[in-house]
Design a protein around this ligand. Structure first.
Ligand SMILES: NC(=O)c1ccc[n+]([C@@H]2O[C@H](COP(=O)([O-])OP(=O)(O)OC[C@H]3O[C@@H](n4cnc5c(N)ncnc54)[C@H](OP(=O)(O)O)[C@@H]3O)[C@@H](O)[C@H]2O)c1
Length: 254
């Protein structure tokens, strides 16, 4: 049976790996992005914006499955997710697969509150749905280090541990879920190891050939306490790719 799958956020770190893995003969893979289609794209490209709703109808119409990876990285994720599921309800009952984050119900970060409300919007829509919560991606650890490259040191919240997971492995799991039956919220997915952020920062700096000191900064408050308590970690360490293996793979393709 031919199938149409829409990937929102199909240009992002996660979504582009989901879209690539979905390509198969007889399947239409749509990518929703605010950008115009790059030349030679293998996808049925849909330019649109979940904030303004421009282009959303055309992206959603006829989709059997929607893998929702788009994020505004803020509170707007609630409205954008509602816009997506409301539009989907008008165009049939596609299976919505939503990527979320481990610990969003226990860490009072504003972005996490929005992710939780977005999860609730998916469930409340009545659409068949599947929700996967994952830990931080390896890429995010690198991004936190790289963004500080103009500072004389790398700062991080004291006592911060992470369980980074390979975005490619999360993408592969999302593809399995998208091709399967709606499953509600399944087991969380975490990386293979819980590591001190400071160690990963030093490893990243070494890989980049940069010399910087890594300095813990004491953060007060409930959010920092929740991170120190490890509410963003999971015993479901189903990811296999370690941080070092991820960096080595990045270096190999650079
Ligand atoms: N990063 C992590 O460590 C991590 C961990 C667990 C879960 N997650 C979740 O995984 C998902 C993907 O994260 P990521 O790191 O891959 O994100 P990302 O690289 O920042 O990509 C964000 C994507 O959202 C799209 N987007 C943003 N605003 C949009 C709008 N108004 N309308 C349509 N598309 C819009 C962007 O597309 P264009 O710019 O092309 O429009 C882009 O493809 C998010 O839901 C995030 O919460 C992330």
């Amino acid at each position: 049976m031919s199938e149409t799958i829409l990937v929102t956020g199909g240009t992002g770190v996660l979504g582009r790996q989901v879209a690539r893995r979905l390509l198969a003969p007889g399947r239409e893979v749509r990518v929703l992005s605010r950008r115009t289609a790059p030349p030679g794209t293998p996808y049925a490209w849909r330019t649109g914006d979940l904030r303004t709703h421009q282009g959303i109808d055309s992206a959603v119409r006829g989709a059997d499955v929607i893998v929702h990876c788009a994020t505004t990285l803020g509170g707007r994720d609630v409205a954008t997710t509602k816009a997506l599921v409301d539009t989907a309800r008008r165009h049939g009952m596609p299976h919505v697969v939503f990527i979320s984050i481990v610990g969003i119900d226990r860490i009072p970060l504003p972005y996490y509150r929005a992710k939780l409300a977005a999860e609730e919007a998916v469930v409340a829509s009545g659409l068949p749905s599947t929700i996967l919560r994952a830990t931080q991606f390896h890429d995010l650890v690198c991004r936190i280090v790289d963004i500080q490259r103009f500072l004389p040191a790398v700062l991080y919240p004291a006592g911060f541990r992470v369980q980074p997971v390979d975005a490619g492995e999360v993408a592969a799991r999302l593809v399995e879920l998208a091709l399967g039956e709606p499953a509600g919220r399944g087991p969380d997915m975490g990386g293979p190891e819980v590591r001190d952020f400071a160690d990963l920062a030093r490893i990243t700096l070494r890989a980049r050939g940069r010399r910087r000191v890594v300095i813990p900064v004491p953060f007060p408050g409930a959010t920092a306490r929740a991170y120190r308590a490890g509410h963003h970690l999971t015993p479901n360490a189903t990811g296999r790719v370690t941080f070092e293996e991820y960096l080595a793979a990045q270096a190999a393709i650079a």
